[in-house]
Design a protein around this ligand. Structure first.
Ligand code: AMP
Ligand code: MG
Length: 302
């Protein structure tokens, strides 16, 4: 592995970045994947691999090659949180059914120590959640200091399914975009690095993936007859996603648009975005809050 020792040795130095600066990308992944203002979802190629010079095999190899660095940076973040630090990372995965959210949790987030991961998936609100403001359950699920939080779906459902299925009247969801922007701004100010990812799957690929679920008894549990209803409202969903990108793609909490028809690419893209967020924290190892020499002497005397 290219990224140096697993536990970083005794030094306070930075985790070693692996090999060449761009690692097979034409430009840094956060740059190519960041949703530009005015992005037209209808024209977005969901089978594309933007910015990536190679194919699947090289993509999978890079994920594997970066795994050690990802894991070490996560451990540094966790150590910082244990030592009085207040920073955390939150990965928001938003996408239609079959867009690969679960696979990313398993294959990308699964590369780090589960002890330091705060994972939460958001389904139909429970009766208790429904009695509260829509951000109530989201606030409770935010990662503690030192953790990588992962949202499989998120508060964005409250301007997606809530809008498309008219769960609340337009004057209610209409106000939520600004409210979400303020919420995220405060979150970032409080020390959470927010990585928002829209996983964009094509309707054809979704159909194929749903059909596969019906072909395999081991996938029946993932199939929900309601998914077909959501497909029937595909264009309404796309409009709602477009509004999310138009109205919540802020400077402090930008969206990344990740084509999701090729699972390997979506996994590569998210692993690189997560790695970038961790690298930018410039994480060291916490200094000892005891005298190392004294402790060594005491131990040797036992
Ligand atoms: P899954 O991710 O396949 O387990 O499905 C979760 C379901 O919960 C999806 O159909 C979402 O649209 C739905 N869901 C998530 N959040 C909300 C919400 N705030 N209001 C209504 N439905 C929601
Ligand atoms: Mg589902």
């Amino acid at each position: 592995m290219a990224s140096g020792t697993k536990h970083g040795g005794k030094k306070r130095g930075k985790a070693k970045p692996s090999t060449s600066a761009l690692d097979g990308w034409k430009k840094p992944p956060p740059e190519v994947l960041r949703a530009p203002h005015g992005l037209d979802l209808a024209a977005f190629d969901r089978a594309s691999t933007p910015g990536w010079k190679h194919g699947r095999k090289a993509g999978e190899q890079l994920v594997a090659r970066h795994a050690d660095e990802l894991s070490e940076l996560q451990e540094r973040l966790f150590a910082e949180g244990r030592s009085g630090g207040t920073r955390s990372v939150l990965l928001v995965l938003q996408g239609m059914d079959t867009s690969g959210k679960g696979g990313i949790v398993r294959h990308v987030v699964g590369l780090v120590d589960p002890q330091g991961v705060a994972h939460r998936s958001f389904g139909v609100p429970t009766p208790e959640e429904a009695r509260h403001h829509y951000l109530w359950r989201v606030r409770r699920a935010l990662p503690p200091a030192g953790y990588i939080g992962v949202f499989d779906r998120s508060h964005y459902e409250d301007v997606l399914v809530a809008r498309v299925d008219e769960l609340v009247p337009p004057e209610v969801w209409e106000k939520r975009y600004d409210e979400i922007n303020r919420f995220e701004e405060r979150l970032v100010e409080s020390g959470t690095s927010l990585v928002k990812v829209a996983l964009l799957v094509s309707p054809e690929e979704q159909r194929a993936r749903l059909l596969k679920r019906l072909d395999r008894p081991d996938k029946y549990w993932k199939y929900n007859p309601g998914d077909v209803d959501a497909r029937l409202r595909w264009s309404a969903y796309q409009e709602a996603y477009q509004a999310v990108l138009d109205r919540t793609n802020t400077e402090v909490a930008p969206w990344h648009a990740v084509p999701a028809d090729r699972k390997w690419f979506a996994r590569l893209a998210v692993s690189e975005l997560l790695l970038d967020a961790l690298r930018r924290l410039d994480l060291g190892w916490p200094a000892a809050d005891f005298d190392v020499g004294t402790e060594r002497a005491r131990l040797l005397a036992t």
